[in-house]
Ligand binder design. Structure first.
Ligand code: SAM
Ligand code: SF4
Length: 329
């Protein structure tokens, strides 16, 4: 079992399987982003090998992310492998965070391979606004993907990043839409991860203030519902949908952190909001399995107590000097 220096049990790995993406969300990456050369990115076989080692070390929850996991060639091999671990009762859950543009094509394959829950990112229901925030996106493809999942009984949670003067008013309509579809939603505060070619401070909307407004306007009550993530949930008693709030900056949740993150380049980050990492790609390509395990165990000893995110007028650039699409959300 992996335990860090603050006695937190680490049983959850998020794996970024590619830095590539078919969209360019304005808070995530610059429009003219340069993607990594392929040889720097872990192969599918390397990803599977690391998953199997983490599983042997007691990690039982896995989330594939990116970049966009459903644009990675042969990604289904990883999902099939995770499903084989699930069928042997070695893992509790495997899931994905996706932008949903390819979900119609993949929903059935995902369901057949044990994916029962999925997070789909969606920041606006208005086709023009959706295109504006994603630079390329076609909202209809995402909605079709969500419908395909619902039909197959894959539980959908919508991830909505709240950005100032963009969707802070529309979010109430998005919540109503989510409730009608009987999905859940997590509202996410913008985090200063990687520079994006514009001022982050202008995007940032504190959840602290917004939460009060949300709870009173929608007459919500705190819910005991818990997932593997950092969301605090609220609900309305007459509706099954849960509304989660992820506020890394205005409401720190680090004391219950149960996760580490593997980038598509094989770096193991112990915290989304810190820069220390252990290079597992080097270990994979040059060391024995025992030495890889030693590296992972060492990583636990340097997992920081908490992140140092800060957004203020004088400090709005990416505190973390890598992009969200490399580390994965
Ligand atoms: N491409 C997939 C997607 O968009 O769902 C998976 C990767 S994406 C990096 C994972 C999540 O991180 C998405 O929900 C996205 O909205 C969120 N995200 C990206 N950049 C962010 C930022 N700077 N602050 C907060 N959330 C961010
Ligand atoms: Fe792509 Fe996801 Fe980043 Fe949007 S948030 S640009 S969909 S990786």
């Amino acid at each position: 079992m992996l335990i860090d220096n603050y006695k937190r049990k680490i049983d959850y790995l998020r794996v970024s399987v590619t830095d590539r993406c078919d969209l360019r969300c304005t808070y995530c990456m610059a429009e003219d982003v340069t993607f990594l050369p392929r040889q720097e990115v872990l192969s599918i076989e390397e990803i599977i090998k690391l998953i199997s080692i983490f599983n042997e070390l007691g990690v039982t929850k896995f989330r594939l992310t990116g970049g966009e996991p459903l644009v990675r060639k042969n990604i289904i091999s990883v999902i099939e492998y995770l499903n084989s671990l699930k069928n042997q009762n070695k893992i509790k859950e495997h899931t994905l965070t996706t932008n949903g543009t390819n979900l119609s094509k993949y929903a059935k394959i995902l369901k057949d391979n044990g994916v029962n829950r999925i997070n789909v990112s969606l920041d606006s229901l208005n086709p023009q606004k959706y295109r504006e925030i994603t630079k390329h996106g076609d909202i209809q493809k995402v909605i079709d993907g969500i419908e395909s999942c619902i039909e197959l009984d894959i539980k959908v949670k919508i991830n909505t990043v709240l950005t100032q003067n963009f969707n802070d008013e529309e979010v109430f309509d998005i919540i109503r839409w989510v409730q009608k579809k009987r999905c859940d939603i997590s509202l996410i505060e913008v985090m200063p991860i990687g520079s994006i070619g514009e001022e982050r401070f202008n995007q940032y909307l504190s959840m602290k203030k917004f939460e009060e407004q949300l709870v009173s306007k929608l007459k919500l009550s705190p819910s005991n519902y818990k997932t593997n993530g950092p969301s605090r949930y609220f609900s309305k008693t007459d509706n099954e949908s849960k509304i989660g709030i992820i506020s890394a900056i205005s409401h720190n949740f680090c004391d219950t952190c149960n996760r580490v993150r593997l980038t598509c380049t094989g770096k193991l980050y112990m915290c989304l909001g810190q820069n220390d990492y252990v290079d597992l790609k080097y270990a994979l390509r040059n060391m024995s399995k025992i030495d890889i395990i030693k590296q992972i165990e060492y990583a636990m000893t340097i997992k920081p107590q908490k992140h140092n995110f800060e957004i203020s007028k004088n400090n709005y650039e990416g505190y973390v000097n890598r992009h969200m699409n490399e580390t994965g959300g």
